[in-house]
Design a protein around this ligand. Structure first.
Ligand code: SF4
Length: 330
């Protein structure tokens, strides 16, 4: 499979009165064409900043972003990139202009980028996009405040699709919606991907949301990747203590008394000028002395399953390859 996105050692630091905030700190990954990467973590873990860096809404402090093999990290013509990369925002109400009708909102990117030759062509394209995202024609002259959350998010999706991008960053696109509407929007996004072959980076704080939509999942904690693997593998063999806690937080329809929960206690480490060591140490039930001194590297502990934890093998009973090999007879 061909890679559409390749990110190497990406960093984004922000200057604050108290020091340098490490929002994204050495993140590397790739996304294959037509695939979805789910990026999961709590608020403030850097996942939204990462999405904005990749589509060049923010400039990186260091590292490399390749799009279709081309280095776009410091490219000046970002307008050209907008046609190929788009974003769907979390809160459709906040991201839509309240003074623009549905028709005007969807038409805007078409007009800015001059992709239609006539007013009629713009009108036809808007009607087609509304149909694609399941918005009835009668809403064309409505304003955002007249619509419910699900319909507003459909406008956000239609707007993102207007320029027929290859890559779409979906930044918590369903977290502001009711559960029943969440399912509708997720199904719509999946159908669109099957029909048009879009590549998604799906950002969320909720692992259950990305379970059915993602090919791969990357878990972030305070600017760093702590676990990364194919989706089924991550749910079957969860290795990092933080991912285990995220999984334990997913509500279940039935109460099971035997269900083991990892409840996190302790303070969240500050991402401002962080000290060496594991950033999860203050909340980790397995933390030992080494965790406070050395930052764990992201290592392949099972095939195509990467984890950043000094003791993940010990915690999960995985032997190192060298320990697995037969000892030579003396
Ligand atoms: Fe916990 Fe240590 Fe692993 Fe960090 S490195 S997750 S503190 S056991």
């Amino acid at each position: 499979m061909e890679k559409l996105i390749e990110v190497r050692d990406l960093k984004k630091y922000f200057k604050t009165p108290h020091g340098m905030l490490h929002a994204v700190d050495g993140v590397s990954f790739s996304i294959e064409k037509g695939h979805t990467l789910g990026v999961v973590g709590e608020s403030g873990c850097g996942k939204s900043t990462l999405g904005r860096l990749i589509i060049r809404l923010l400039d990186a402090t260091d590292g490399t972003i390749l799009f279709n093999g081309e280095d776009i990290t410091r490219i000046k013509q970002v307008k050209k990139l907008r046609r190929q990369m788009q974003i769907i925002f979390q809160d459709p109400y906040a991201s839509l202009n309240p003074r623009m009708s549905v028709r005007e909102t969807i038409a805007e990117p078409l007009t800015i980028h001059g992709v239609c030759r006539s007013h009629k062509e713009v009108e036809d394209r808007v009607a087609q996009l509304m149909e694609t995202v399941g918005l009835a024609e009668r809403f064309a002259d409505s304003y955002p405040h007249e619509l419910d959350g699900g319909r507003r998010q459909r406008i956000g999706i239609a707007r993102a699709l207007a320029l027929e991008p290859e890559f779409i960053v979906c930044d918590e696109p369903v977290s502001a919606l009711d559960v029943s509407i969440q399912a509708q929007i997720l199904n719509l996004m999946q159908d669109l991907q099957e029909q048009k072959g879009y590549t998604y980076m799906f950002i969320t704080h909720d692992l259950s949301v990305v379970k059915h939509i993602s090919n791969d999942i990357m878990v972030m904690y305070l600017g760093m990747v702590v676990e990364k693997s194919e989706t089924d593998e991550l749910f079957e063999n969860t290795l990092h203590p933080y991912t285990k806690a995220l999984l334990a937080a997913i509500p279940e329809p039935e109460i099971r008394r035997d269900r083991k929960r990892t409840l996190l206690t302790g303070e969240i480490t500050s991402p401002v000028d962080p000290a060496p060591g594991c950033r999860f140490a203050a909340r980790c039930p397995y933390a030992k002395e080494q965790c406070w001194k050395e930052t764990p590297a992201l290592e392949e502990m099972l095939p195509k399953h990467f984890v950043a934890c000094h003791f993940a093998r010990e915690i999960n009973g995985i032997m190192k390859e060298t320990e697995n090999e037969e000892k030579p007879a003396i």
